[in-house]
Structures are given as C-alpha cells and as structure tokens.
Design a binder for this molecule. Structure first.
Ligand code: GLU
Length: 596
C-alpha cells in the first residue's frame, strides 16, 4: 500500500454533525483487527487537524471532538476516557500522565504523575532487608501511587478547554453503557496475564468461571466506569478525588490480601497536578520540547541525539531499510552513556537537585561533546560510567536497572494549530491488578496503577542514597517522552510524537526523531523501522527485523545481542512543508490516525 493512501482509518461512515452549541457523539461500528503483532499501516494525511491514539475507538472519539470544534485539549480528554475503557491495561483515571501542550505561542508541560503516599519510606519494597520479587511488588497494594491523570486533565481543561468538560465524557460513557467490541490486544493481554485473575472484581468482570478471558469481538459494557465518568463529567475531578470513589480506592489498597499499601484518603484528597517548565533543546534546524524531571525522557533522548550529532558516519545510516550496524553501534554506545547519567542523577526535582542546579547542564553541547569522545570502534559493554555535568549537593549512587512496561501515547494537532503530546500510563499492563468499581457496587471499574515500582527498590547502594528512592509525596522517575518539535527558524510546529515501552520509550523516540529529521522518512515510515535498545548491558534487537549480517557486525564490535519483541506504541503527527499533516501509528499495536 502506498503511504498517504488512506485518508480515514475506519471502514465506517462517520456522522458527526457540527452543532455550534456543542458536540453530539455517534458511536462508530468498528470491528477489532483480527491479529495483533506487526500490521502494516498506510500513514494518514489530513488537511488541518489530526489525532493519533492506540485504539480506533479512542482515535475516533478525539476525531469527533475536533470535528465539532473542540480543541486539542478537549480531544485529549475524550481520547483518554475511551482508552481507559477499551485499552484498560495501559492507562486511565487510576494512573498518571504527562501532557505537553502548545497553544500557538507557548509550550507547557502538565505533570499528572502519581505521588507516593505519606505513609511510605525508602524501604517500601524491601522485605527482611531484601528487594521484593518485582512482579510480587507490582501486583500488590504497595505499588499504588495517588492517581494524577484526571486532576491533570481538569487543570489543562480549565486553562485551555473549548468545549464543556461534561461533553468530553460522552463518547466513553456511551461506549461503556452500550458496550464495545473487545480488541485482540485486550483479549491477548488478559489471556497472558498471570495476576489479574487474583483480583475478585477483575476476575468476575474480564474472565469466565474457567478463567478464560472475554473473547475478541465480544461486547463488553462497563457500568461501574460509566457511573464514575458520569459523576466526574457532572462534578469535575473532585468527584474522583473526594468522596466514595476515593474511599473505594483506599479500601482496596489498604485491604489487599497479600501486601496492603498505606495509601490514605488524605493522599488522594490532596493530589495536585503541576504545571512545569518544559525543556526545549535546539537540535540542528529543530527545537525539541519534552518533559523535564520527574521524567528522564527528554534529558536521555536529547543526550543520545546530542552525542550522535558529534559522530561522523562514513556510510549510509540505512542498510536495506533498517538502521546500519555502524549507526546502531553509535546509537547504542550513546545510549549506554546517557543511561549511566540517567541512573545516577534523574529523579523528582522537588526532592533532588539537578547537577549544577540546572537540568539543562546535562544537555550542554560541551558536555555532550566530551561524553561522545568516549564512543570508540568497540563497544564499552556494561562499563559506561556517569559523567559530571555539574556540581552535586549529594553524592548519589546509581540506581540498578529495573523492568518497566505498559502505557499509551496520544498525539493531536487541532485546526488552530494547538498541539498535544500526551503519554499516559498505569505502568505495567493492568497496573497493580487492583480493579476499583469506584464504590458503585456495579460491574467493572478502572484499574489502579503500580507506578511506585518506577522508584528504586533499594534506597541506597554502598551507603550512598539513590536519587530515585521512595519518599513520601515524591513522584517516581519516568521514561515517558511526550515530545513536540518546532522549526527553529520559523517557530512553527513540526511534529508531535511519543510512545509507551518503559525505559525503551527513550530509544524509540530518539530513533524516530533521527529518521524524521535526517533520513527523510515520513511519520509512518519513521516509526516502522526496526528497534534496537540497551540500558547499558545487553543489546536487544527487534525479532526478525534485522539482516543477520547487521547483528553479526554488532557482535564483532563487542555487543552482546539478542532478539526479542520490542512492542513500541509510537504515535506521530508531522506537519509537511505544504502545511498539511501526516500521521503515523505503530504497526506493532492497534493505533490509528484520523483527521480532516
Ligand atoms: N511507567 C513507565 C514510565 O513512566 C512507563 C511504562 C511503559 O511505558 O511501559 O516511564
């Protein structure tokens, strides 16, 4: 299929009349894709506005909001609520999010990251002095942070919303009440999960008596979530943060049968979304704006890109449609160095001071030039040490690597040129595996996050504290990298992009940016390219996507390489030279782009 072929993602006629007084939602008839895995996508063009999300029903809700005159923030809210329903394993009101917003003149970074309850200590994930087994910590009450997504969206809407808050919940309420067809990805995620069946509400709701998950294409209604959405739609996010919904969350966390958590009503009542100064970094002709700490995303992405720009490459970076071994070597070595800094320095800025008092020192060209000189012909393997970007108030220990998973990304550009890049998460697939019905007593509900396992399990190493250790009220370090790109000269928006994928979000985002800027690929082609990642030790490359000769050449340079699934969920919208938009959705997941 040629790129730019399909204008609409969905085989349906969309009826979304343009009422000047608001917005009338029409549930589309969408049958789920037959297979998950790698599914070629055409890329989508649009004249003036576009929305990209991880599920066709969610994309469609955003599309209908934009079509009715809603702006990018309005659409993001509708998309998020539908995602909560149809892709419950990845994000929702029980989790957290980072949202980058451009209003035509200013870029803001809205922080809806979960916070640790007041009752925790640095020893949260230790038992008899030893770190808990990772998945046991995840599927427990200990891992649940105070959800931030709704407060953050409420704040962004109060500052920028166009349509009434209430209306933006209509798509999700309609689909929750009338039911939606279960997608292949939701089905297979339910099937393969080992822990969700342990939760009494979730096992009743998503599985039959034999423990088999609801089938692909079967209609699922979620009355509990519909009721919670109705209250939040009518009363605002306070309906979630105060009263019976918050009480139910607390009760479930505190009464977890294996490992109860300390999350208290006061923690939830007092949650605040923050408005942070985004980090905007010049990158040749582009300026890349991303999320500051507590995300490590932008700093690590831009360290890698900054180091790569110092490297010369004597051959084509692409070899038969995949990154060449030489380019990959440089990329992976840059990642090793960047991850060494990330592991040492980056954590919640309200608890941890930046090296030299300023995070952007980690991106200073002189610093990255010095760091990139450490990249040689052979791999440094697992020996990358952090650099010294600036003076330290505390001598930090490096955080040992831990697994990270789950999550969804939304990119939107509206008719007026406002843009959103929002990455949203409950951390692992199905989060803490605790389903809350919001105290409604109805079937279904929303999942609670396990974001606190993004903190370091160990508070110190050899007597030195880890910057990202657990502390009351603190936000765990993230890898989420919602990104807005601008043209330095004209100041015009160039792209909105991001991905799920845990720490590998950083590699996925960095590689996509290089493909868009340097390799002349459109938003779809850029995110199709095969992935390769390292957090500092072993290299993982996407299964069956690289020529054997490339892997051999990497091994000859000293990399330990193995193949595995690398399920990014990239979404990207780019503005073309003629002013129109072109969007791409990751072939590895169920996302689509829609626009006009
Ligand atoms: N919890 C992770 C983070 O905030 C994201 C998990 C994922 O994308 O899979 O970095």
């Amino acid at each position: 299929m040629s790129p730019k072929a399909a204008k609409f993602a969905l085989p349906v006629l969309l009826v979304a009349p343009l009422y000047s007084w608001g917005f009338s939602y029409e549930a589309p008839a969408i049958s789920p894709e037959s297979e998950s895995g790698y599914e070629e996508k055409p890329g989508w063009e649009a004249e003036t506005f576009a929305v990209a999300a991880a599920n066709p029903l969610a994309t469609d809700a955003g599309y209908q909001v934009l079509k009715a005159g809603g702006n990018a923030i309005d659409a993001a809210i509708a998309v998020q609520m539908v995602l909560n329903l149809v892709e419950p394993q990845s994000s929702g009101i029980g989790g957290g999010a980072f949202l980058m917003h451009y209003d035509g003149s200013e870029v803001r970074a809205y922080d809806g990251r979960e916070t640790a309850p007041q009752g925790v200590s640095g020893e949260l994930f230790l038992e008899d002095g030893e770190p808990l087994e990772f998945n046991e910590a995840v599927a427990s009450g200990l891992s649940v942070g105070v959800p931030g997504t709704l407060r953050m969206l409420g704040k962004a809407h109060a500052e920028h919303g166009e349509l009434a808050w209430k209306e933006l919940f209509t798509p999700a309420i309609t689909l929750a009440e009338e039911g939606f067809a279960v997608s292949n990805r939701l089905h297979t995620s339910l099937e393969s999960d080992e822990y969700l069946r342990r939760d009494p509400l979730a096992s009743q709701f998503y599985y039959n008596d034999e423990g088999e998950p609801i089938a692909v294409g079967e209609t699922l209604k979620n009355p509990a979530l519909a009721e919670v959405f109705r209250r939040v739609a009518a009363q605002g996010s306070a309906a979630f943060y105060e009263g019976s919904v918050a009480e139910d969350i607390v009760e479930r966390v505190q009464n977890h049968p294996e490992r109860p958590g300390s999350l208290a009503l006061e923690d939830i009542n007092g949650y605040e979304a923050l408005d942070r100064e985004p980090l905007c970094t010049p990158w040749q002709q582009w300026e890349v704006c991303g999320f500051p700490p507590p995300s490590s995303g932008h700093l690590t992405v831009m360290q890698i890109l900054g180091m790569l720009d110092q490297q010369s490459l004597l051959e084509a970076p692409l070899d038969n449609g995949a990154p060449s071994s030489t380019w990959l070597h440089q990329f992976l070595e840059a990642a090793r160095l960047a991850f060494a800094d990330r592991g040492r320095y980056i954590a919640d800025p309200d608890f941890v001071e930046a090296p030299g008092g300023d995070w952007s020192l980690m991106l200073a060209p002189e610093y990255l030039e010095k760091r990139s000189e450490l990249i040689g012909e052979m791999s440094m393997g697992d020996s990358a040490e952090p650099g010294n970007p600036g003076e330290l108030a505390v001598s930090w220990a490096s955080q040992p690597n831990q697994p990270e998973y789950g999550t969804s990304h939304i990119s939107i550009v509206d008719e007026d040129g406002n843009a959103v890049s929002m990455t949203t998460t409950i951390e692992q697939a199905f989060g803490s595996r605790i389903l809350s019905d919001g105290g409604t007593g109805l079937a279904g509900g929303f999942l609670l996050n396990n974001e606190l396992t993004d903190f370091s399990f160990v508070p110190e190493v050899d007597g030195d504290p880890v910057a990202n250790r657990v502390e009351p009220g603190k936000r765990p370090r993230s890898s989420m990298s919602p990104t807005l790109v601008f043209d330095q000269e004209s100041g015009e928006l160039v792209a909105s992009l991001g991905s799920p994928g845990g720490a590998a979000i950083i590699h996925y985002t960095a590689r996509t940016l290089v493909a868009m800027r340097d390799w002349g690929l459109n938003a779809q082609e850029a995110l199709n390219l095969p992935h390769a990642i390292t957090l500092g030790g072993e290299v993982y490359v996407e299964e069956d996507r690289f020529p054997e000769a490339t892997l051999e050449a990497l091994r000859e340079r000293g990399h330990t390489v193995s193949e595995r699934e690398l399920t990014s969920g990239l979404q990207a919208i780019m503005r073309l030279d003629d002013g129109t938009l072109f969007g791409g959705a990751d072939p590895r997941r169920e996302g689509v782009v829609m626009g006009d």
